[in-house]
Write a protein that binds this ligand. Structure first.
Ligand code: EPZ
Length: 421
């Protein structure tokens, strides 16, 4: 048997929903718990399959982990070993983030070579270059990656050729275990990097500059466990906003004010939505016609977030008029447009650009091919006339804590059902 979303689309939304903690912040922070011996406590840690995988890695490394609601406790006192299990490396590419923390604590790290995924190649050459710059020796043999630093890690200057989020996080984690200063130039500036810095500071690390063009880590200091609250997930917030844009009506999000969603809010305003922001709340309304929003182009933060690109694709598909989306980060992030086309969307993908001539959509049976693409199909179904069925929920459950419950709280007619494979 398989699980599906059954959606009855075409009715405007009205409701309120809290935005859960950020997957892309919780994952590096869970890896960072390895940097200190003892019990760290994370609040607002979302119950997602990717976070489950991170907790499984910590357990495989001898840590005692416990979840009570959205509070996770990690006790690293009995930590042992330095290998990320192959099956978890394959299940979640973000497992690569454990390599930096293991190198910092153990002076060694081992994992199978991560494969590509639905978004494209997903190389880790910049992660490896950062480890080598810090003094780690790396070699690849029989599909396995081995790193070790017999003489320990030493702080240095690292200039990233592209502001890779994962490479920035891995360099920060490894640098915490390197003697002296590490200067990281051209790092990623995403809010999740700032969240990681705040957690590292909570452990007693000396890290500064996250969110700017230069991060400085004074490593080699003994760290202690800490307690921290993970930031709200800005892409989940964008998902809920786009649900109201697609279906019409109004909705209120709690736990975020949209401060780090500027480009997304601008696109939704251009599409005919009105937004109202306040402390810890963000409301959206779309009473009139959904309009094409012209052109948008993804880019590293503070540019338009690539993870929200499929969500605005769902908006563009059902809007009257033209919209054009250019994806500059990943080379296979338009697969969701096949599902939109099954719903009647007029969309043309040429290379890194998708052109939409929006029109009313109808329900269809579609399949998620990746996390955000699956969310996009779900949003489009809410705005489409008639019934839709969405398969591929394991992709969606990686990054959304009960997406169907959240969209139902906003007034959507959606439920999770079980059916034949
Ligand atoms: C993180 O992935 C996020 N994942 C992604 O979110 C997000 O889309 C991405 O950053 C961009 O914002 C997590 O944080 C767990 P990158 P990451 O390294 O770190 C190239 C989601 O939906 N690159 O910033 O893997 C790479 O190919 C996921 O939640 C190299 O060339 O992204 C890409 O073109 C999807 N060499 C670009 O950099 C490297 O060593 C940006 O990738 C690393 C990356």
């Amino acid at each position: 048997m398989m699980e599906y979303f059954a959606v009855a689309g075409g009715s405007p939304l009205a409701g309120r929903v809290a935005v859960h903690g950020a997957k892309n912040s919780a994952l590096p922070i869970l890896a960072a718990t390895l940097l200190a011996d003892g019990e760290s406590v994370l609040h607002n840690c979302p119950a997602l399959t990717d976070c489950d995988a991170a907790l499984e890695i910590l357990s495989c490394l001898g840590c005692r982990v416990r979840r009570e609601g959205d509070t996770v406790t990690v006790n690293t006192a009995c930590r042992r070993g330095h290998a990320v299990p192959d099956h978890l490396m394959g299940r979640m590419r973000a497992s690569v983030l454990f390599l930096g923390a293991l190198l910092a604590r153990e002076g060694a790290a081992e994992a199978c070579w991560p494969g590509g995924c639905a978004l494209g190649a997903r190389p880790i050459d910049l992660h490896i270059q950062a480890f080598q710059a810090l003094g780690a020796q790396g070699r690849s043999w029989n599909g396995q990656l081995f790193f070790h630093a017999p003489g320990g890690l030493s702080g240095c200057r690292i200039a990233l050729p592209i502001p890779s989020v994962g490479a920035t996080e891995n360099a920060m984690l490894a640098a915490c275990g390197a003697r002296g200063l590490t200067i990281l130039d051209n790092p990623a500036r995403e809010p999740e990097i700032v969240d990681l810095q705040n957690f590292l500071r909570c452990l007693g690390a000396r890290v500064s500059g996250a969110g700017t063009g230069r991060i400085v880590v004074e490593g080699g200091r003994p760290l202690h466990p800490g307690e921290y609250t993970v930031m709200a997930d800005r892409i989940v917030a964008a998902t809920y906003l786009c649900a109201v844009a697609c279906a019409g009506g109004e909705g209120e999000l709690l736990g975020t004010d949209g401060a780090c969603l500027g480009p997304v809010l601008a696109a939704l305003t251009a599409a005919g939505c009105t937004l109202d922001r306040g402390p810890g709340r963000l409301a959206i309304r779309r009473g009139g016609e959904l309009r094409g929003f012209g052109a948008l182009r993804t880019g590293p933060y503070p540019g338009f977030p690539t993870d929200a690109q499929p969500l605005l694709g769902a908006v563009a598909a059902g809007a009257r008029g033209q919209s054009r989306i250019t994806e500059t980060i990943f080379d296979r992030r338009f697969r969701y447009t096949e599902g939109l086309a099954a719903m009647g969307a007029a969309v043309q993908v040429e290379g890194d650009t998708a052109c939409f001539s929006g029109r009313p959509l109808h329900g269809a049976w579609v399949e998620a091919a990746d996390l955000r693409g699956g969310a996009a199909l779900t949003l489009a179904a809410l705005g489409a006339r008639g019934e839709s069925v969405i398969g591929g929920l394991p992709h969606i459950d990686r990054g959304y804590q009960g997406l169907e419950k959240a969209l139902a709280a906003l007034g959507g007619h959606i439920r999770r059902v079980t059916g034949p494979a």
